[in-house]
Every structure is written in structure tokens, then in C-alpha cells.
Design a protein around this ligand. Structure first.
Ligand code: ARG
Length: 566
């Protein structure tokens, strides 16, 4: 909890020296190990050094500035080069709550990302295939990381790098020409295209020539054969409808939808550069970049001249560097593509560029059912849109049983169902495989999104039509452990968001919210909130309000809506 006040002192002093003395001095604010010296300690060496004035002068100038930073300072003393403070915990608690009441949703906003520019590549479904669970994970994780980064002041640019190019399109076109039906695809694009794709793979097991035909068809696309391009455009459009449904449901948009196809005419210059830099080698008719002992070579061109996934990613990363001037670029992609991104970085470094370290593979694990990978291809097709709809249906049933008179049940069920799926995912560190259980995730108790929403709803109903004045609190109560613990957690919101941003890990926020909700529910089980005593009531209401503000804002950072009733 002392974090907030430490930071405020640091900022106040730094600002003061900048304005008064036109000096950028970095101030260190410590918590001394020996608490006899105080709760907070500020060494003034750096100021003396920069301003070149005697220590006593520096100290007496600094003391009133420090005092102005917080009302919670109890005593200020000076020993040698150190200014030592003691803090009144009750006043500090009140300061934290006042701050939330004042800042509302902006509470927790950080500036650690100011001036930095991050490009994010996430979702990226493959057009001719069904939207997979991996793509859902990428979408949810990427979206949340983006919201967290924005909250920390980073400028972000989000790209849905659609998998709209590559041999799978050759497969689709071959399958369509052999077995497809235009009207059926128009009527039910996703199912028809999926079953064509499945059929291609079944038949290809029996007939090897099919794979060659598919490669040939893709070659034609790359050479801009009008008939093939037209077919491609149409299939792309039809199958994008499925992704659009999912994005609509989750309320997600992107700054750019430039997919792999966009780079079809941007690969040649890269290949030329590789040749000019003597990096391209022939290997059994194909063109590769040798990456030494540590990794297999990067395959840049097939023997038939066709480009590959990595060829397009190379073109894309150079284009993005030029267009978006990113300081970092984040690729939210499954664990299984680790090698791909290592190769990508290695090729860039071999080309003599120095930005490979700014490329981050934000990896994630699989969804498992009974220890096995949930699959979207072949037999066991899990239709994601259906899974989402099922979550919403389950939420609807739960909400209706709990609260039959509820108005707009549909909207609430939608928010709750999505919360179940999204939170069920994001509470796990992204790199882990997840055993996912929908019935469990929708529950209002346990570590679920609906549990957090429900905690918010309880608070909303306590505060409904009530007013309070945070300046008229009884601060004595803040010393009680169940108050103090809750306030301490609220004070850690910003530091939590910053950690999530730095680690690119929404789970940091998710776990924090669970802890906060638990503390609140514990508090609520001990304490009556709407009490007679006006000052105690103000304390309780302010605390409940702050808790709810943080829960709602935290949920928003995960891509989840709060609800007022359920
Ligand atoms: N469409 C790819 C897949 O589903 C993911 C693309 C990730 N982004 C990238 N720039 N490679 O495997």
C-alpha cells in the first residue's frame, strides 16, 4: 500500500526540481529495512550532486515539498543525507480510497509505456479452415494484452494477420473444383468449406497426386491467374463471415486486417536482398537460408518457386517496421510455432538488422479435454461459435433460475457467458495447456469470470441509490485487518497492471481480481456495510465503491463486460 505514496513523493520531488531548477533528477524512495528509521526513506545524494548546494539547504528545501505530496505523512525527520518519514496507515488508506473515488475508471492508469510503440499480431485465423480454439486463445490473449498496454500508456497497433494465402487455398480450390457446389457454399459457407477441406484431406490419404494439384493451384494464385484469384477472393469472403461473428460477439476489432495475401507482391525485394547478401542457398531445388547448428534452415522458396509461411512473415515484419515504427512487435501464437519465430529472428539478424530482439513470440498452450488436444480438423470438429453460444445458453439458464424477474436476460447472459469463456482462459498463464470445462467456467462461484461479475453485482445492489462522502469517513476502521487487507489490494492495482504489461500476461490481472473479490467477500461476511453510523457508513461505501471500480476496470482489461444485475 505504501507503493502509491512512494511513487507520489518521487513524482512530486522530480517535478519540483524540473520546474524550480530545470533539472531532471531521478529520486529514489525506499522502505528502510530498519523500521525504527521510519516507513519511508529518501536519500538526497543525487540532488546535492546535481544542484551543487550544501546538504542542509537541500534537505530544508525538500521537506515541505515532500509534505505536500501526501496527507498521510505523520512525521518527517532527517538523519545525514536521508529524509525519513512515518506514515499514518489510516490516512493512507483514506488517500487510496479518495483516489479511486476521484479517478474512477482511470484509476490504475500508468505511464510506463509513454512514448513507446507496440505492434500486436493476434487472432490470425486461417481462412479456408474453421476458426480454431488456438485462434480464439490468440484473440483473447492478444486483445487483453493490448488493453493492458494501452492502460500503461503504450501506443498500440493491432493486426489480424489473416491466413488468407498459402497451400491450404490451393487445397480449397482443388476440392471446390472437384466436389464443391456454389449455392451450398453461399447458403452455409463455413460448414461447406470445412467439409470440403476435410474431404480433401481424406482423399489425399488415398491419392498422393492431390497434394501436387493443390500446390499447382496455389502457384497459379501466386502468378495472379484471374480465375483462381477470383475463386480465392470469393472463398475468403465467405469464410471471413465466421470470424466476423466471433469478433462481433467478443466486441473485438483490429486496426488492420492485412493478411498473408497482402504480402504476395512484397516478398520479391526480400528474396532479392537475401540473394544480394549471399544468404540464399539452393537445397534440393529449393531456396533456403542456412541457420547453422542450432536450428534447421529457413525454407524461403519451394522448388516450384512457391513462397512459404516464413517468406510472407519476413515481408510482413519489414513492412510493419517501416510503416508502424514499432519498438516491439508481439506475435500471439501457439507454442508449436516457437521454431518459426526463432528462424524469423535468425534470418533478420543474418541480414544485418538489429531489431530481432524486439520481436516477441507471445506463446500459448493448448486446450485439452481429458488430457488430449481439442481439435478442429477432421472428425471431432469443435465449432467455436457454437461453444460460445452454448456458454451464453448455460449462462441464460443460470441467470433465469437465480433471478426469474430479471429484465434484459439476453444481454446479461451474453456478458456472463463470454466472461466464462474468456476468464476461464485468461486466469491461466498463457504458456500453459488448459483443461477446459464449460460447466465449471460458467459457475457463479469458484475461480470464474461470472464470480467476479457477481461480486460486482452484489456491490452494485448495496450501493444502489446511495450516496457517500469519502471526506467524511471514519478512518479508525481502516486499521481492522479485513479493511486493511482489502485496501492494500486496491492500492496494488496499478503495480499489477504494470507487471501484466511487462510480462505480457493477462493472468496477472485475472489472479489479482480473484484475490480482490475474495477479500471483499470475506469483508462482507464480517461487516455490515449499510450501518447507522454515518462516518463508518461512508468508510464502508467508499471501500465497496473502490472495490467495484477496480473489479470492473480489471474485467475490462481482460475483455470482459461487467453487469449491474444478474
Ligand atoms: N495463421 C497462422 C496460424 O494459424 C498464425 C499467424 C500468426 N502470425 C504470424 N505473423 N505468423 O497458424
Amino acid at each position: 500500500m505504501i507503493e502509491a505514496i512512494k511513487e507520489k513523493i518521487k513524482l512530486t520531488l522530480e517535478e519540483y526540481y524540473k520546474e524550480k531548477h530545470s533539472q531532471e533528477i531521478s529520486i529514489v524512495v525506499e522502505e528502510p529495512k530498519n523500521r525504527d528509521l521510519g516507513d519511508i526513506s529518501i536519500p538526497m545524494f543525487s540532488v546535492v550532486k546535481t544542484l551543487r548546494r550544501p546538504m542542509p539547504e537541500i534537505i530544508s528545501e525538500a521537506i515541505p515539498v515532500i509534505k505536500s505530496a501526501s496527507n498521510a505523512i505523520l512525521t518527517i525527520t532527517n538523519v545525514g543525507a536521508f529524509i525519513n518519514l512515518t506514515i499514518d496507515k489510516k490516512l493512507l488508506a483514506k488517500e487510496v480510497l479518495s483516489r479511486v473515488v476521484e479517478e474512477k475508471n482511470s484509476y490504475g492508469t500508468s505511464t510506463i509505456g509513454k512514448g513507446a510503440n507496440i505492434t500486436l499480431d493476434y487472432s490470425a485465423p486461417n481462412i479456408a479452415k474453421s476458426f480454431s480454439i488456438g485462434h480464439l486463445r490468440s484473440t483473447m490473449i492478444g486483445n487483453s494484452i493490448r488493453l493492458i498496454l494501452n492502460k500503461c500508456g503504450y501506443q498500440t497497433y493491432s493486426i489480424n494477420y489473416l491466413g488468407d494465402w498459402g497451400t491450404q487455398f490451393g487445397k480449397m480450390i482443388v476440392a471446390y473444383k472437384k466436389w464443391g457446389n456454389y449455392d451450398q457454399i453461399r447458403k452455409d459457407p463455413i460448414n461447406e468449406l470445412t467439409s470440403l477441406y476435410v474431404r480433401f484431406h481424406e482423399e489425399a490419404l488415398k491419392d498422393e497426386k492431390l497434394e501436387d494439384e493443390a500446390r499447382e493451384a496455389f502457384r497459379k494464385m501466386e502468378l495472379a491467374d484471374p480465375e483462381y484469384l477470383e475463386l480465392w477472393r470469393w472463398i475468403r469472403e465467405e469464410s471471413l463471415k465466421e470470424s466476423a461473428q466471433i469478433y462481433d460477439l467478443l466486441g473485438i476489432t483490429f486496426d488492420s486486417y492485412n493478411g498473408e495475401a497482402f504480402y504476395n507482391d512484397k516478398m520479391d525485394p526480400i528474396v532479392d536482398e537475401l540473394i544480394a547478401k549471399n544468404l540464399l542457398k539452393e537445397d534440393q531445388g529449393a531456396q533456403i537460408v542456412d541457420l547453422g547448428e542450432e536450428m534447421p534452415p529457413a525454407l524461403i522458396k519451394r522448388s516450384d518457386g512457391g513462397s512459404l509461411y516464413i517468406t510472407r512473415d519476413l515481408a510482413a515484419v519489414f513492412y510493419r517496421k517501416k510503416e508502424y515504427h514499432f519498438d516491439n512487435i508481439l506475435y500471439v501464437v501457439g507454442n508449436e510455432q516457437k521454431l518459426h519465430f526463432n528462424q524469423l529472428k535468425a534470418v533478420i539478424t543474418k541480414m544485418g538488422y538489429d531489431f530481432a530482439d524486439s520481436i516477441e513470440h507471445i506463446n500459448f498452450g493448448l486446450y485439452l479435454t481429458d488430457g488430449k488436444k481439442m481439435s478442429t480438423r477432421k472428425g471431432g470438429v469443435v465449432k467455436l461459435y457454437d461453444v460460445l453460444m452454448k456458454a451464453i445458453q448455460l449462462a441464460y439458464d443460470l441467470v433465469s433460475t437465480k433471478n426469474p424477474d430479471l429484465k434484459n436476460k439476453e444481454d446479461i447472459a451474453k456478458a456472463v457467458g463470454i466472461a466464462a469463456i474468456v476468464f476461464g482462459d485468461l486466469k491461466n498463464h498463457r504458456s500453459l495447456d488448459i483443461e477446459f470445462n464449460l460447466e465449471q467456467a460458467v459457475k457463479f462461484e469458484g475461480q470464474t469470470g461470472p464470480y467476479l461479475q457477481y461480486t460486482g453485482v452484489r456491490i452494485a445492489s448495496i450501493l444502489k441509490n446511495k450516496t457517500f462522502d469519502v471526506n467524511q469517513c471514519n478512518i479508525e476502521v481502516f486499521e481492522k485487518p479485513h479493511y486493511f487487507e482489502l485496501i492494500k489490494q486496491i492500492s496494488l492495482f496499478k503495480a499489477t497492471i504494470e507487471r501484466a504489461a511487462i510480462e505480457r500476461a493477462p493472468s496477472v490481472v485475472a489472479k489479482y481480481l480473484l484475490g480482490l473479490a475474495q477479500s471483499f467477500n470475506k469483508f462482507y461476511s464480517i461487516e455490515k456495510i449499510n450501518v447507522e453510523d454515518e462516518q463508518v457508513r461512508n468508510s464502508n461505501f467508499a471501500l465497496a465503491f473502490a472495490t467495484r471500480t477496480v473489479i470492473n476496470e480489471g474485467l475490462r482489461l481482460l475483455g470482459i463486460d461487467y453487469v449491474d444485475e444478474m
